[in-house]
Design a protein. Structure first.
Length: 458
């Protein structure tokens, strides 16, 4: 009896950890504007399909690699170097590690935006006309001030580093993640308000009537990149988390499926929340990173009790971003300490935090000091977002597939995948094998070639 309870508690904690890492700014901030940028319904359909096939398959593989090796990605790839003699294999681990640090720097800047809105809602309470006060808050104020963005990102990163450095991140992450259901309830309450707008018919048409002519050359890489980003794949985060399941008999495909479903549902709720407001408040649909920040304050200050709702909304959103950031920094720290066991955790976490802080300068000042930098017709932050998530992350994901296939023998994979009590797992096993070994690399290659063609003919 007591055993049963503790194993349930472990499993529950694990779900909190994995779902907490998956659900973050990717769902609420990034997904809506990516859907808008790629024309709505057809992209949404493509995204859901890829999440449930490619995303789910890779999630299972990353968890399996972690449970099997009990190592972080860098250490697992270095082990491959020892067994094969091929030094180049370690590059896979290094590539993911560097990518994780760069993405955390960029993620911290956006988390800083959330902090800014949170403070605006708090200070609005002290103004007679809160609505009037909030109407002056806009993303452009933030974009004009690189130092404000840098300061906010630094505060966010400092809190993240303190949690990871103290080593209580596991418990902390779980505590924050256990607040997620409350956040879910708040979002659903707001959803009723948003869905009662008269722009609804247009929105439902935009989101659920797939018009495939709206897809463009880069839509496939946008969809794939976002699937990896939102499910925390390609970073090695899920490999690290999989290590926590050592000795645990839980069926990994079932865990992966549940995490994928929850994450995908939250993303769909996010678009249902944002688009009705965006459609009714402007003729021109914003399809850039400011979308969520442009629509939510306007909407919140227009409803009854909206200031309080807004305050709680941005607080939860920031906590979700903090949780995801802890997962990212935890991954970097675990990779460093695995590689160099003599290095103590607080030192490793501080070094990682300082390195990320240095990188933060670039996204934070992209619209001020670096505002004249234009790469392929995009601003620095837009270029970073696209290059990191749509190009580098899918490449890193293929690298992890490679380490996975080289490390686990087919019999070992089958043992962890097939569950005798679930006949479907036998059928799914062969599909999963094909997706991991063939579909993921071919699809990533195709997406990258198509994006290149798109850039060339623009
Ligand atoms: N999945 C998170 C999001 O959607 C981002 C993230 C990636 C968090 C990797 C941790 C690790 O916001």
């Amino acid at each position: 009896m007591s055993n049963k309870r503790s194993s349930f508690r472990n499993r529950f904690s694990f779900y909190l950890l994995a779902i907490g890492s998956a659900c973050g700014l990717g769902n609420l901030w990034r997904f809506p504007y990516i859907v808008g940028e790629n024309g709505g319904g057809a992209f949404l359909l493509l995204y859901v399909f890829l999440a449930l096939t490619v995303g789910l398959s890779l999630l299972i593989a990353e968890l399996m690699l972690g449970r099997f090796t009990e190592l972080s990605l860098l250490a697992a790839s270095r082990k491959l170097v020892q067994s094969s003699g091929k030094k180049g294999y370690a590059l896979i681990g290094w590539f993911s590690l560097l990518l994780t640090a760069i993405i955390l720097s960029y993620y911290s800047v956006i988390s800083g935006w959330v902090l800014h809105y949170l403070t605006q809602f708090v200070t609005s309470l002290y103004h007679e006309d809160s609505v009037q006060y909030l109407s002056k808050t806009s993303v452009s104020v933030l974009l004009q001030s690189g130092s404000l963005q840098f300061m906010l990102a630094s505060v966010h990163l400092l809190i993240t580093t303190t949690v990871v450095l103290k080593g209580f991140s596991d418990g902390f992450e779980q505590k924050i993640a256990s607040l997620l259901p409350l956040f879910g309830i708040l979002v659903i309450v707001l959803l009723f308000g948003s869905l009662s707008r008269d722009s609804n018919r247009d929105v439902l048409r935009f989101l659920f009537y797939p018009d495939f002519s709206k897809l463009n050359w880069s839509s496939l890489s946008h969809a794939l990149g976002h699937v990896f980003f939102t499910l925390s794949l390609g970073f090695g985060t899920m490999v690290t988390f999989g290590g926590y399941l050592k000795g645990n008999e839980d069926h990994l495909p079932t865990i992966g499926l549940r995490v994928t479903i929850v994450d995908t549902l939250i993303s769909i709720v996010a678009v249902l929340l944002v688009f009705p407001i965006a459609f009714s408040s402007s003729k021109q649909l914003a399809t850039d990173p400011s979308l969520l920040f442009d629509v939510m304050p306007v909407f919140l200050s227009s409803i009854k009790g909206g200031i309080l709702f807004g305050l709680i909304f941005f607080l939860f959103l920031w906590l979700a971003a903090l949780n995801a950031s802890i997962g990212l920094l935890e991954t970097v720290t675990a990779n460093i300490t695995d590689m160099n066991p003599k290095l103590r955790r607080p030192l490793a976490a501080s070094l990682a935090g300082m390195f990320v802080l240095f990188l933060t300068v670039f996204p934070a000042f992209s619209s001020s000091i670096f505002k004249n930098v234009s790469i392929l017709g995009r601003s620095l932050i837009e270029f970073l977002d696209s290059a990191l998530i749509n190009v580098c992350l899918p490449i890193a994901a293929v690298g992890i597939v490679f380490v996975f296939v080289k490390t686990l023998k087919p019999a070992q994979r089958e043992k962890m995948f097939v569950n005798d009590k679930m006949p479907t797992s036998i059928v799914m096993y062969s599909h999963w094998g094909v997706i991991i070994k063939w579909v993921v690399p071919i699809l990533v290659g195709t997406a990258l070639v198509m994006s290149l063609i798109g850039v060339a003919i623009r």
